[in-house]
Design a protein around this ligand. Structure first.
Ligand code: SF4
Ligand code: SF4
Length: 346
């Protein structure tokens, strides 16, 4: 379904969606992030890129998995704490961040379907905004199979055409939201469709960063496990983990028991984000650490995204959002690292 929605009518549409919990990009100081919306008119879709992708709405940074307590008979009672499945809408999802969720879907499925992830995922509708201008100078979605107007993983894609949006429904969930305010939407004219095509073609030309010959990278990496490149490239790494915490595709976590009292035993089992860039991520209880240095940790990040994940799921674990480049405090640039990998193989 393709429709036109004027920018004047946009808050009226949002008003019709009151039964949903709504997230949209909000500016706090200089930073944009996804936050819950109380007033429809406070949604501003003219934003650069959010610091955090919307992954934390589906996969929170900290979540309680279960609560436990010992009873008088000294038996342990366990209560699962599954999240609510309140119907939720996220407005303004960038195509790279939507595609990233299709990748984390693979990880949280498979042999074990993670109920915490899927309860939120299934109850959430993703409304995307095509990037007419790359939201970051480090965007490189075109190199990893995406585009500034990719529909992958979205329920609706909106394209800004000046005083109106071109709105494409891509799923039943998307059509339901449009049908809730049918009279606000108009049929697009041939000129609107032409304007969308022109906008999309121009947007692609504005993306300047790219990974050349990316298809060669997975097989070159196979021979680079012991390369000195990892030492050279990781020398300045502060092991802060920003590159992974802000990445829409990174999904590693730790699980800990937080014990509030030991007699009777009472506490919570909590899942929190973790990162392969922290030294104790792979620390064994014996004291042995198979990734004891920065070089082995940087190698892991690159291998996971451009070798292991490709072999397992036939996709790069990177959607080219550019956050890890823009936000790394010491300027480690994943494109430059991959340029050196490619040179190594040639
Ligand atoms: S953001 Fe940069 S400094 Fe921090 S862990 Fe990642 S590569 Fe290292
Ligand atoms: S690896 Fe970097 S560019 Fe790729 S998706 Fe993650 S943060 Fe974005």
């Amino acid at each position: 379904m393709e429709k036109i929605l004027t920018k004047k009518s946009f808050p009226l549409w949002v008003k019709e969606l009151v039964s949903y919990k709504i997230y949209a990009p909000q500016k706090n100081g200089d930073l944009w992030n996804f936050e819950t919306i109380k007033k429809p008119e406070s949604i501003n879709l003219d934003f650069p890129n959010t610091v955090l992708p919307p992954k934390n709405i589906i996969f929170p940074q900290r979540e309680v998995l279960l609560e436990f307590e010992s009873s008088n008979e000294n038996k342990l009672q366990v209560k699962e704490t599954l999240p609510d499945d309140d119907p939720t809408i996220i407005f303004g999802v960038r195509p790279c961040d939507a595609k990233a969720l299709t990748l984390t879907d693979k990880v949280f499925s498979g042999d074990f379907k993670d109920p915490y992830y899927w309860k939120r995922r299934n109850s959430t509708v993703l409304i995307g905004l095509a990037c007419n201008i790359p939201p970051s100078p480090n965007c490189f979605c075109l190199s990893v199979g995406g585009s500034p107007h990719s529909k992958e993983g979205l329920d609706i894609l909106m394209t800004d055409l000046g005083d109106k949006y071109f709105v494409e429904s891509l799923s039943e969930k998307g059509s339901t939201l449009i049908n809730l305010a049918k009279p606000l939407f108009q049929q697009p004219k041939a000129a609107d469709k032409k304007a969308v095509e022109k906008t999309q073609a121009e947007a692609e030309k504005k993306i300047t960063r790219q990974i050349k010959d990316i298809k060669k990278i997975p097989s070159i990496l196979k021979n680079m496990f012991d390369s000195p490149l990892w030492d050279e490239e990781s020398l300045s790494c502060l092991r802060c983990g920003i590159c992974t915490y802000l990445c829409p595709t990174c999904h590693c976590f730790d699980i800990n028991d937080e014990v509030a009292s030991s007699s009777p035993v009472k506490g919570k089992r909590v899942r929190t984000w973790d990162t392969c860039q922290f030294p104790d991520f792979t620390m064994h209880s014996s004291g042995h650490n198979p990734r004891p240095d920065r070089a082995s940790r940087l190698r892991q990040r690159i291998f996971h995204k451009f070798q292991y994940f490709v072999e397992r799921y036939q996709n790069y674990l990177c959607t080219g959002c550019g956050r890890c480049i823009s936000k790394c405090p010491v300027g480690i640039d994943i494109i430059e690292v991959l340029d050196k990998v490619r040179d190594y193989g040639s």
